[in-house]
Design a protein around this ligand. Sequence first.
Ligand SMILES: *[C@@H]1O[C@H](CO)[C@@H](O)[C@H](O)[C@H]1NC(C)=O
Ligand SMILES: *[C@@H]1O[C@H](CO)[C@@H](O)[C@H](O)[C@H]1NC(C)=O
Length: 379
Amino acid sequence: MAPRYLRHTPRRTPRKFFYLLLLIFVPACIFGLFIDYRKVTYFLRPLWDTPPAPFTWLPHYYAENVSMDHLCRLHGWSVRATPRRIFDAIIFSNEIDLLDIRWHELYPYVTKFVIIEANTTFTGISKPLYFASNRNRFAFADEKIVHYVFPGTTRRGDSHADPFKFERMQRAAMDDLLRQAGISNGDVLIMADTDEIPRPQTLKLLQWCGGIPSKLHFEMKHYLYSFEFPMDSIWKTASNIYGPNTRYMHSRQTDDLLSDAGWHCSFCFRHIEEFVFKMGAYSHAERVRRRDFLDYRRIQRLICHGDDLFDMLPEEFTFKDLIRKMGSIPKSASAINLPAYLIKNADKFRYLLPGGCIRETGSSSNFPKESSYSDPSVF
Ligand SMILES: *[C@@H]1O[C@H](CO)[C@@H](O)[C@H](O)[C@H]1NC(C)=O
Ligand SMILES: *[C@@H]1O[C@H](CO)[C@@H](O)[C@H](O)[C@H]1NC(C)=O
């Protein structure tokens, strides 16, 4: 017969284990929910959220000096006798350097750059007109620019109670502005945020190939803070062949996704002040939960480590992906296949390239100090 302690083990351990679990796990959960309800919700996303319907990935071909005729045919399209006109339409916030890179990169292919900027943020905070006040930087594209200032209001409790409504109103204003800019049926309309830069080669395809899909999403490599921190990819940018029913939007329009068609650099700012501004102005301003989130040294440290500014978990739909993407983003030393204007002006844009994580602060910038944006409602 086995000694007493062995005989009893099988019966006792599960119960002990259960109490231990109860004692540690339950308070931990309650405590976790109490201090960070949002994080727990994000961690459990695979249980409550469903991923978007899958895309049909269209192959995308390009190599230097290959003829347009050959490229169009590789995509299953024909080549046109005349190019389509392209309208690049963005709702601008404060990404002035990325706008510079974007417009230089796309200049040869775009007929009109249509840009709306509001004098308030989505959350109803008064905001300087960053584009208008830096207009001299864009003199190179002057004859192609169609600019409109969207009148915001700083009154709270009306339309700005819902930042997404403000966004919808700006998109409707964009539809009018596009017509004023002279867009007509059959032209290509690019709908993107400033920091979503299509590849020039992709625009050239849309310009010269016949039989392209009337709606197309662009797969873009997603970077955070600079091109040193590549993450996954996003699909938000879309092109439309303009028609009577075309509406400016930034949501899912079709299943067709053209692979590797650009760069999305989010929070890619030169000055710490711009991070602070963006964090307050973000559609998800409720993410700025604690005042120390806006501390300059903290922001600088997180940028250099590739850590999340909002201390949030990635939005993933399986635990496998979630755990894989938790923590800092690994650095990349590659600056291959980035926008040509960025590489040609590497000295000017050092902070966007590998090894350049240190940002500027202080009076040299156009950006007002943090206190100008303090909005009690976001804390
Ligand atoms: C592309 O064509 C240009 C002009 O014909 C030539 O100078 C250049 O060497 C070519 N580049 C490649 C990669 O073949
Ligand atoms: C924004 O512009 C509109 C129209 O010009 C003006 O009435 C409004 O006062 C401005 N708002 C701010 C916060 O500057």
